[in-house]
Design a protein. Structure first.
Length: 254
């Protein structure tokens, strides 16, 4: 059955995160998703706090921009979260916004090559492997995590362009689509892979019927998880996550 989550957008200040997380936990929301957008908030730091404040809430970070982060560091952070909060964290990686990557001197000439090398190395490290690789962008010599997860952590890959989505199907444990994806894009992506497809859907509506239909259409198209997001200027994020949880609770289970 399709799962339903909500986004805490990084346009909101970090100090507002805690009441939103607690509202998500108390209302029974399945998952809360965080973004690592330049130059707003750290996805990993926010996820650590959200997981520590809760007992059952699942937390997704999607996406982490790979040009900005050494792959060994991402593996270490992910493994740490998974060992402290088993089964409650999902990590997604992607190209990052290229203009932002340029601002910090991290833009590469072949984002697809970087994403392929990075995702392969990250999955291997999280699987407890000892990795030596010398790629165009990712270079590791005899690297292994001293505290790997007890089981491999799924690594989702996000994207929009056809080449990136084709690559995601090959290298990812799941695919993440942003809110620009329409139903046809979701159908196309789902038809080309067996793994989970997470779709962000922007809605400012609190009309339960409208949102339920929206989620149902995404489910019919093949989404395994729909993550609802408010517009950037949302004023009541706590109320929004409670609303999303109420929609999830009212949906048929069969």
């Amino acid at each position: 059955m399709i799962t339903l989550g909500a986004v805490y957008r990084p346009q909101l200040p970090p100090e507002r995160l805690r009441p939103v997380v607690l509202a998500a936990e108390e209302s029974g929301l399945d998952s809360l998703w965080l973004w690592e957008d330049c130059f707003l908030e750290s996805g990993i730091a926010a996820a650590s706090a959200a997981l520590a404040w809760t007992e059952r809430l699942k937390v997704g970070v999607g996406l982490l921009p790979v040009p900005l982060r050494n792959v060994a560091l991402t593996a270490m952070e992910t493994a740490t979260l998974e060992r402290m909060f088993p089964g409650r964290v999902t990590i997604g990686v992607g190209h990052g916004v290229q203009d932002w990557m340029g601002q910090v001197g991290a833009r590469v000439s072949s984002p697809l090559t970087l994403l392929r090398e990075y995702t392969g190395a990250l999955r291997a490290l999280l699987a407890g492997e000892r990795v030596t690789t010398s790629g165009r962008y990712v270079s590791l010599t005899d690297v292994a995590l001293d505290w790997p997860p007890a089981a491999p952590v799924p690594v989702y890959v996000g994207g929009l362009g056809p080449k990136t989505l084709e690559l995601a199907a090959q290298i990812g444990d799941g695919t993440i689509l942003d809110s620009s994806a329409d139903l046809e894009r979701v159908r196309s992506v789902r038809s080309s892979r067996e793994h989970p497809v997470v779709v962000y859907v922007e809605t400012g509506s609190r009309d339960r019927g409208h949102v339920t239909e929206l989620v149902a259409s995404m489910a019919e198209a093949g989404a395994s998880s729909v993550v609802l997001q408010q517009p950037a200027a949302c004023e009541d994020p706590e109320g929004f996550v409670r609303f999303v949880a109420s929609v999830a609770a009212s949906r048929p289970t069969g």
